[in-house]
Design a protein around this ligand. Structure first.
Ligand code: NAD
Length: 371
């Protein structure tokens, strides 16, 4: 019997409401697939500051360290206590600290537009092709965001003092290889195609990226590999999104393209994400969270869409516990629930026949029943 320890960190705003529905689904999975998931809750974000004086309390971090995965809600409430400095506020003190602490170098953002929600997509139906179903794999700990030197300095230019800002893009072969392994491995569980994104026509980093990915691709002969320049990739996402299966990107290109891809799905409430660290003894440590934030505008009202959180739990089962069938069962149950007409406010339209607007709890119940 597969078993696992999961740190459940709901956080702030809609976090607890959507997490409650994800836990409901995991309890059904335990019975259906005979797995034992030990879920332990702990405070993070403003909830951590309220409970223990800091956004990531020591006890919460200790729990994460002895767990196999973190199921995360979201943190941050922009209107709370402006006197607390940026580095102690939840977004930095909790989320960035966790990413660093666990070396989470691979960010996976699947974007799937269910056929029934095609009208929520900003593209005309004929542009949607056979449907949008993309996995963006983004390198998360290297490249331009972290390379040194990184500074703003004063220099003399044409006889006057001016400021100059420097960021440095750096990638080494092992950094490219480990993220490429994640992309090829993920493609094997999908439609077996990787599109690697670079700027090899201009950047040294792009040349190395392309060479390393091409060489590594030979180990995955069953996966088709193609390369696109990032500017063309941005255009192709809008012109013909159905051509993409897995998009492999360095940090900054992935940051931009994953948001562009996310826009195709119509609502943040549908989009899960996984941030993966190293694999040891066949287990991959990961932090799984919705792509959206704490949505303070709708928090506490049973209005939030829990699907992003539920699909994040499915990614956790797939990538940290190797339970692909259980993950697929959740994804199918979500698809069936949407097909049956259940809609939270963010994906509801009164113009759509045979649908009804429901709350977070009700759509969670419907997904649990569909399982
Ligand atoms: P947001 O993602 O919280 O909300 C943007 C819009 O999307 C809002 O209208 C909101 O109602 C809607 N939305 C988001 N998730 C939804 C869901 N599940 N169901 C229905 N509607 C949903 O972004 P924001 O308002 O810019 O940020 C609010 C707070 O969240 C900020 O403090 C921000 O720093 C934080 N944040 C945290 C994370 C994280 O924890 N990973 C990510 C993004 C933002």
């Amino acid at each position: 019997m597969t078993s696992g320890d999961i740190a459940v960190l709901s956080g702030d705003g809609i976090g607890p409401e959507v997490m409650r529905e994800a836990v409901k689904i995991l309890r059904v999975i335990e019975k259906k697939f005979s797995v034992a998931l030990r879920l332990t809750e702990a405070p993070v974000g403003w909830a951590g500051i309220d409970a223990a004086g800091r956004a990531l309390p020591e006890a919460t971090l200790a729990l994460c360290k002895k767990s196999h995965a973190i199921l995360f809600g979201s943190v941050g409430l922009p209107d709370r206590d402006p006197t607390i400095p940026k580095e102690e506020r939840p977004e930095r003190a909790a989320l960035l600290r966790l990413r660093k602490e666990f070396g989470l170098f691979a960010n996976l953002r699947p974007v799937k537009l269910p056929r029934e929600l095609a009208r929520a997509c900003p593209l005309r139906p004929e542009r949607q092709g056979g449907g949008v179903d993309i996995l963006v794999v983004r390198e998360l700990t290297g490249g331009l965001y972290f390379g040194q030197p990184k500074k703003t300095e004063e220099i003399t230019c044409d006889g006057r003092r001016v400021r100059r800002a420097i960021d440095t893009m750096v990638y080494s072969t092992p950094e490219i290889e480990r993220i490429a392994h994640v992309a090829f491995g993920a493609a094997r569980l999908r439609r077996k195609k990787v599109t690697s994104i670079d700027k090899a026509n201009v950047l040294e980093n792009g040349v190395l990226w392309r060479e390393v990915v091409t060489a590594l691709g030979k180990q995955y002969a069953d996966v088709a590999l193609e390369h696109l320049f990032v500017d063309n990739a941005a255009m192709q996402l809008i012109l013909k999104p159905a051509q993409f299966d897995v998009m492999l990107c360095e940090n900054m290109f992935g940051d931009i393209l994953s948001d562009e891809a996310a826009a195709l799905a119509g609502s943040l409430g549908l989009l899960p994400s996984a941030s993966l660290g190293a694999t040891s003894r066949e287990r991959t440590f990961g932090l799984y969270e919705p792509a959206g934030g704490t949505a303070p505008d709708i928090a506490g009202k049973n209005l939030a869409n829990p699907i992003a959180q539920i699909l994040s739990a499915a990614l956790m089962l797939r990538y940290s516990f190797g339970l692909d069938a259980a993950a697929a069962a959740i994804e199918e149950a979500v698809a069936r629930t949407i097909a049956a007409g259940f809609r939270t406010g963010d994906i509801f339209s009164s113009k759509e026949a045979n649908t009804r607007q429901v709350g977070s709890r009700e759509i969670g119940d419907a997904i649990a029943a569909a399982l």
